[in-house]
Design a protein around this ligand. Structure first.
Ligand code: ACO
Length: 325
């Protein structure tokens, strides 16, 4: 049976690093507070010529170079993002133009930190329908443009970056073989980013306070641990697997305490969980593809390994995905 495999990965991080010590000069915080509560020490912040689509395009070029696939061979470009370059057109269209991927259709998806995992499931379903497709899937964010730099509750958590994968069909037993994607819109106000102010006075809302990220951190924390655990255990059960069958888990990189709790509840040892959040912070939809690219380049996945993704973000959106590498 044809399944969707990842043929190549690539990533791109902005040049500028913002450390916890740098943040001490921006808001009332400390390296000790941030490190002990989140595990984050540094994050990258986009500068000139590092717009969302430019980071995304660089990550895509790196993934394409690994595979030898030319931009004209791409059939579809999907960008998962909640910090798009513009509201219209999609960031995917900017990437398509930059790459010269003249035969690809292109669109963005918005599922917050779960965007890349949602996107990989989407790509997998396209491949099932049309096994000859070549799909470029990117998670890219410039959340530095969307956080309130006066709000210490949020500005210390997020970072910028992009990760990309090339997805195609294969019948050698590898590829995506299961997913469990979920959402609960009733809990939207635990983590959200408002739109720009309305130019229609009738649509203006009294509670509008600016298009920034807002979060109820402790509630998000509890939901993240419980819902990711549930998403993973039910998916494994569905495929007659246990956590011991998983060679590498690549979770969304939000917070080291969330990951420690999750790891302990699942009973998976530290060495089988990929973590890089101390250097990049939470890059939302970009976090898993950046981690995938680093894990791949570090040789953390061998051909045939079972790789588990799990994710959680605003929406709420969350889920898990299994693939044989
Ligand atoms: N520096 C210093 N103090 C801070 C900072 C900061 N950067 N941010 C908040 N505080 C203060 C608050 O003002 C509050 O002070 P108060 O008690 O005087 O009102 C106090 O710290 C809160 O402390 P705690 O309750 O002990 O904080 P907690 O241990 O809950 O940690 C945190 C807060 C890190 C936000 C935690 O709740 C968390 O990690 N939540 C998950 C958030 C997350 O990862 N979101 C990312 C998006 S969702 C996702 O990707 C999974």
């Amino acid at each position: 049976m044809i399944k969707a495999v990842i043929l190549g990965t690539g990533s791109c991080l902005p040049e500028k690093t913002l450390s916890n010590a740098d943040l001490e000069r921006i808001v009332e915080t400390s390296d000790e507070w941030i490190t002990s509560r989140t595990g984050i020490r540094n994050r990258r912040v986009a500068g000139r010529d590092e717009q969302n689509y430019q980071l995304a395009t660089k990550a895509a070029r790196r993934a394409l170079a690994v595979t030898g696939i030319e931009p004209e061979e791409l059939d579809l470009i999907v960008v998962a993002t909640i910090s798009p370059h513009m509201i219209m057109p999609s960031t995917a269209c900017f990437v398509q133009a930059e790459l010269g991927a003249v035969n690809a259709f292109a669109y963005d998806i918005s599922a917050a930190c779960a965007g890349f995992t949602y996107g990989l499931d989407l790509a997998s379903n396209y491949i099932r329908n049309r096994p000859d497709m070549k799909i470029l899937l990117i998670g890219a964010e410039t959340l530095s443009a969307r956080v309130n730099w006066e709000d210490r509750n949020t500005c210390v958590l997020f970072g910028d970056g992009a990760g990309a994968v090339i997805v195609a069909g294969s019948n050698d037993g590898r590829g995506v073989f299961g997913s469990n994607l979920r959402a609960d819109g009733k809990l939207w106000n635990l983590l959200y980013m408002d739109s720009p102010e309305s130019y229609n006075p009738d649509l203006r809302r009294d509670e509008w306070q600016g298009p920034f990220i807002r979060m109820n951190g402790s509630d998000i924390f509890k939901h993240a641990v419980r819902l990711m655990e549930d998403a993973v255990t039910s998916l494994l059960r569905q495929h007659d697997l246990t956590i011991d069958d998983v060679d590498l888990m690549i979770p969304h990189q939000a917070n080291i305490r969330i990951l420690k709790n999750l790891r302990e509840r699942l009973g998976i040892p530290e060495e089988r969980v990929f973590v890089n959040l101390s250097q990049y912070g939470n890059t939302s939809a970009a976090s898993i593809p950046i981690a995938l690219d680093e894990a791949h380049r570090q040789g953390r996945m061998a051909r045939g390994d079972i790789v588990l993704l799990c994710t959680f973000g605003g929406g709420l959106t969350w889920g898990s995905l299994l693939m044989r590498w």
